[in-house]
Design a binder for this molecule. Structure first.
Ligand code: ATP
Ligand code: MG
Length: 223
């Protein structure tokens, strides 16, 4: 499903120096496999998810999603693969302020499928406990509610791979379990692979596969 090979990513610092963040010799995630990613703050977890999603480009290496190396594609084709195959729950939500909860979830569908499935959007929002907030815009939702909308939106389009960057960081314990259950059961039913970043031990312990970025990233190993 996901294959990374010889993946390197660095940033240019304000002073012009190169800051290496990722050096991943090899990493694989199987079809419908569910894995969590752990690692200390600043070790490169978000950077890795961005590179996998094609939001940012690596310096070198292979990012294969469903057999296609997205690093070989131009930006437009990369965007299309992301829209079709990847669901992304951003650490900072990235909801559209001018649209309601229901519209935000439905907007997650339009790009790839060309049609909107309002029933699915309502169903997903119901499953994260937001049936009573369908018409609220993000600015009028609590932070935890916004995060739950972001979860529903990422699953709306039936992706093959779900990348989730601390999807329960702003959610209270009751809803944390509800969100994790929704993510895992939906992905199991629809054969979606999950790569989920968390700092919460009680979330990580539920997964069979637990990866520590420091253990497969040579840069982090040196830091
Ligand atoms: N655009 C950028 N330019 C320069 N440095 C950056 C840039 N983006 C990230 N970094 C640096 O790269 C490192 C990895 O950042 P990243 O956001 O991937 O960490 P993280 O593991 O997700 O941390 P957290 O757990 O706090 O979210 C950090 O030290 C950060 O300062
Ligand atoms: Mg991060």
């Amino acid at each position: 499903m996901l294959v990374l090979k010889g993946l390197k990513k660095s940033f240019i610092e304000p002073g012009g120096e190169r800051l290496p963040v990722l050096d991943v010799p090899e990493f694989r995630l199987g079809e419908a496999e569910q894995a969590v990613l752990l690692g200390r703050s600043g070790c490169g977890k978000t950077t890795l998810l961005h590179v996998i999603a094609g939001i940012s480009t690596p310096d070198s290496g292979v990012v294969e999603i469903d057999g296609v190396d997205i690093t070989k594609l131009d930006e437009a084709r990369r965007d299309r693969i992301r829209a079709e195959k990847v669901g992304y729950i951003f650490q900072t939500f990235n909801l559209l302020a001018g649209f309601s909860a229901l519209e935000n979830v439905m907007l997650g569908m339009t790009f790839a499928q060309g049609k909107r499935d309002e029933r699915r959007a309502r169903d997903l929002l119901g499953r994260v406990g937001l049936s009573h907030r369908l018409r609220h815009k993000p600015g009028t939702l609590s932070v935890g509610e916004q995060q739950r909308v972001a979860v529903a939106r990422a699953l709306a389009n039936r992706p093959r791979l779900l990348l989730a960057d601390e999807p329960t960081a702003s959610v209270d314990p009751k809803h944390q379990q509800q969100v994790i259950d929704l993510i895992r059961s939906t992905c199991r039913e629809e054969s979606v692979a999950i790569f989920l970043v968390t700092h919460a031990p009680e979330v990580a312990s539920q997964f069979d596969r637990v990866e520590h970025l420091e253990q497969f990233n040579r840069v982090a190993a040196l830091a």
